[in-house]
Write a protein that binds this ligand. Structure first.
Ligand code: ATP
Length: 220
């Protein structure tokens, strides 16, 4: 299947859901957006392929929408945890192939995973983490936690590494991190050769132990 033929349904058109819906639509995908609130539905009507006013905690509504034919369904209902969980459960029951569900906290996330959500996302927590890292370490551009002890980070090169090759920098031994790419102006060097010399202005993208990344962030 051509990737652009992938069909998405986004349930809940708050800031998170509508941002996903409009981004996918602008990327050229077919997007069905669903919200039970008339005002939200009207706001989104120009921004996606189809928008429908419906309560997704009703199984018959979901069936009538043919929800199981969508490749990915995102549950972006926020405050109403019960509606969020019930919707996820019904989607799973109806045989939706890939369900992404937004969790408000760890316990909620665990519940969603148990029910069968294929991916659980924590947008508030993740954004909080990123902002906190960028506040305490000014060279951190991007920070994504993959698991409690593994993260991906993007940092501007600390002065101490300029002119060193990746072998000389020895970041794997010192910090248990692996540089997976170097961004040099508009060019992405991926994977970077071990003898690649790090230059001033380079952006290093790496995966590694959270502790090691924190130590690395403190380099000047
Ligand atoms: P955000 O942070 O993304 O702005 P939020 O976490 O505050 O949103 P809510 O505003 O509570 O989340 O929910 C997002 C949307 O989900 C709302 O527009 C709401 O109308 C919709 N929603 C809630 N329950 C249902 C339901 N049962 N069926 C369909 N839509 C629903």
């Amino acid at each position: 299947m051509n990737n652009k033929n992938k069909q998405f349904a986004i349930i809940g058109l708050g800031r998170f859901g509508s941002s996903i819906a409009t981004t996918l639509f602008n990327l050229g995908y077919e997007v069905l957006a669903i919200d039970m609130d008339e005002e939200q539905v009207q706001k989104s009507s120009e921004l996606v392929t189809h928008v429908i006013q419906a309560d997704t905690t009703d199984e018959n509504t979901l069936k009538a929408l043919g929800i199981r034919n969508f490749d990915v369904v995102v549950v972006a209902i926020g405050e109403d945890i019960q509606a969020n969980v019930l919707t996820t459960l019904l989607l799973k029951d109806l045989g939706v192939k890939y369900i992404v569900a937004k969790a408000r906290n760890e316990l909620h996330g665990k519940m969603l995973a148990k029910i069968g959500a294929d991916r659980v996302v924590y947008p508030e927590r993740d954004m909080g983490l990123r902002v906190a890292h960028s506040l305490v370490a000014t060279n951190v551009l991007e920070y994504i936690e993959l698991s409690p002890d593994l993260s991906v980070a993007e940092i501007t090169t600390p002065k101490i590494l300029i002119g060193k090759s990746l072998v000389e920098a020895n970041l794997r031994a010192k910090y248990e991190i692996n540089v997976v790419a170097i961004k040099r102006e508009e060019v992405l060097i991926i994977p970077p050769p071990p003898d690649e010399k790090i230059q001033a202005g380079d952006i290093l993208i790496f995966v590694g132990k959270t502790k090691g990344i924190q130590n690395m962030e403190e380099l000047e």
